[in-house]
Design a binder for this molecule. Structure first.
Ligand SMILES: *Cc1c(COP(=O)(O)O)cnc(C)c1O
Length: 354
């Protein structure tokens, strides 16, 4: 096992449709033009006007007092854990949550917390499950300090938490003295799909963040929001972790561009996801989950092939998808994927299964 990414294999054909992830989007010409024009300054001294404009706009969008620009979503999650918790604390989250499954053990390695899973269908849990996991305070049990939800839930199939469930979870957590954090990597996908404003989705949550490098198509950047006190404490961790930046307005300009031009179009990705799911459902042996947003998950068990093998075969046909479990594959829709690429992907997957 090596951790260094391998360079692309020159023997493989060029990629014609990249549905590996919505992180694979390339900044458009117009986005790059906005980046060139950006006014910049020293971000870590509060002197970058474009970063400041982005943070002001994001605080309003998410309904919070303040916001902070960070290089990545992972850093948003980890800083939130560092601010909300003390080492030895217990965090409650779905077993499929990004913090549990995809951050290299950082909750334990950095914040020193233990994460206890709260199970439920499609990456979500209900307030009763949360309440059942609460421990009577005692010298023996870990202090429970935080509940984390993921909107949309990635490994839950790109599922959208219903507003009522989000609210009920936040109310139950607060009633028992726990803080709440929303991993909103794809929050705007949920908002567009459900027709609910972001600040309504995030209401009652002490912290929330949005990733600009998923379907929004920016090259880097995420914004974490919360109360003035929360963001003040987050600034110190940003400094400690090396996340304080210099002329970051170049990147914030791409994020502002994305807010202006790439939000409503997320609905196109959701439509394309449905179209792809319908095509895949016609391929014998694939069990396709009904997509709610831009992620299409399907199970390969009946084909006798593991997801990684299917992904490798599809790659040889110029199409990229990802293996998300032994038999669970994912195709991801985003702004570089139109109907032509959807048809190409469906065809490559069908041929690979045959
Ligand atoms: C991508 C993702 C993250 C991490 O964001 P990065 O910007 O890749 O660090 C966290 N949570 C969820 C649900 C994600 O999909």
């Amino acid at each position: 096992m090596t951790f260094t990414p391998a360079p692309p294999d020159p023997a493989l054909p060029p990629v014609r449709a990249n549905l590996y992830s919505d992180t694979q989007t390339k900044p458009t010409r117009a986005m790059r033009a906005a980046m060139i024009e950006a006014e910049v300054g020293d971000e870590q001294r509060g002197e970058d006007p474009t970063v400041n404009a982005l943070c002001t706009r994001m605080a309003a969008l998410l309904g919070k007092e303040a916001a902070l620009f960070l290089p990545s979503g992972t850093m948003c999650n980890e800083i939130a854990l560092l601010v909300h918790c003390r080492p030895g604390d217990e965090v409650l989250a779905h077993p499929s949550a990004h913090i549990l499954a995809a951050e290299g053990g950082a909750p334990a390695a950095l914040a020193g917390v233990q994460v206890t899973p709260l199970d439920g269908p499609r990456g979500q849990f209900d307030p009763a499950t949360l309440i059942a996991a609460l421990r009577p305070p005692s010298r023996y049990s870990p202090p429970q300090s935080l509940v984390v939800v993921e909107q949309t839930s990635n490994l839950g199939g790109g599922s959208v938490w219903p507003l009522e469930t989000l609210r009920a979870v936040a109310v139950a957590a607060r009633a028992h003295g726990l803080a709440t954090h929303m991993d909103g990597a794809r929050l705007l996908n949920a908002c567009v799909a459900a027709g609910v404003p972001a600040q309504e989705m995030a209401k009652g949550y002490d912290s929330v963040w949005l990733d600009f490098t998923k379907g929004l198509g920016a090259p880097l950047g995420a914004v974490l929001a919360g109360s003035h006190a929360f963001i003040d404490a987050a600034w110190r961790w940003k400094q400690r972790l090396g996340g304080s930046l210099r002329q970051a307005g170049i990147c914030a300009a791409a994020c502002l561009y994305a807010l202006d031009h790439h939000v409503e179009r997320l609905a196109d990705d959701h439509e394309n996801a449905l179209a792809l799911a319908r095509m895949l459902a016609q391929t014998a042996g694939l069990a396709v989950e009904l997509p709610e947003t831009n992620l299409v998950f399907f199970d390969t068990t009946e084909t006798g092939m593991e997801a990684a093998e299917l992904a490798a075969r599809v790659r040889r046909r110029g199409v990229l998808i990802s293996a998300m479990g032994r038999h669970r594959a994912r195709a991801c829709l985003h702004l570089d994927i139109g109907r032509t690429e959807v048809a190409l992907a469906a065809e490559a997957i069908r041929d690979a299964v045959r």
